[in-house]
Design a protein around this ligand. Structure first.
Ligand SMILES: *Cc1c(COP(=O)(O)O)cnc(C)c1O
Length: 221
């Protein structure tokens, strides 16, 4: 359960040079590990599970930017709405409506990324390109005042075939650039421990890295 500080420093240095934001994915890891990276200067942390995030948020410094990167259920939005910094995986219009409602209750505008399905696996969540366009048009006609769509998020196929991964990230980047100017998108969140270098080469400006920094996790919770 040791944090890999040397790896952190070197990844952080490389990414800052490329103006890429590093989100340290701390899911399943203890608060002590987060404190260690915090002491090294890290402020952006990503979590996948609402209850775990709530427990950690209560125990850790208030200037941490908490990124919710998991699959968010509508009935749990209310718990994280008071403090969440960025919600990465928004994959339905219904969820946007709920985030907007809870943001309004908290007098906030919550920044969100729309998740786009780019992988071959059926199991990964997200809009396809057509659904994304429909959602964006819908928002244009009926704006939700308490959310701000900051950009897109995606996950590549789980494969060793780098060419497949590169194509999938390239595809998401092309969708991002297509909408970026008109919708004032700023963030393209793609890349994890195994593929962040490919993601950055394909235009990512926010990566979500867990196991490289915190060590491997148990197979599945
Ligand atoms: C767990 C997770 C990550 C980090 O994965 P690593 O392979 O450990 O870097 C990134 N993004 C999402 C959406 C995740 O669920």
């Amino acid at each position: 359960m040791a944090v890999n500080l040397e790896t952190y420093q070197s990844i952080h240095k490389d990414l800052s040079g490329e103006k890429v934001t590093l989100v340290a994915v701390s899911k399943t890891k203890p608060v002590e590990d987060i404190k260690e990276l915090y002491a090294a200067g890290q402020r952006d942390f990503g979590e996948n599970y609402v209850q775990e995030l709530l427990d950690k948020e209560a125990k850790l410094p208030k200037d941490i930017h908490w990124h919710f990167i998991g699959h968010l259920q509508s009935n749990k939005v209310k718990y994280i709405a008071p403090f969440v910094y960025l919600i990465h995986g928004v994959d339905s219009y219904k969820l946007l409506v709920e985030i907007n409602k809870q943001a309004a209750k908290n007098n906030r505008i919550i920044p969100c990324l729309l998740q786009v399905h780019i992988a071959r696996e059926e199991t990964k969540f997200g809009f396809d390109e057509t659904e994304l366009e429909e959602a964006l048009e819908h928002l244009e006609h009926e704006p939700l005042k308490n959310i701000q769509i900051k950009g897109l998020m995606g996950m590549a196929s789980f494969t060793d075939d780098k060419e497949t991964v590169r194509k999938e990230f390239g595809y998401l980047h092309s969708i991002f650039t297509k909408h970026a100017a008109k919708r004032s998108f700023e963030i393209l969140s793609m890349g994890m421990s195994g593929d962040y270098d490919i993601a950055v080469a394909e235009g990512s400006n926010m990566v979500r890295i867990g196991s490289l920094l915190f060590g491997t996790r148990p197979a599945k919770m």
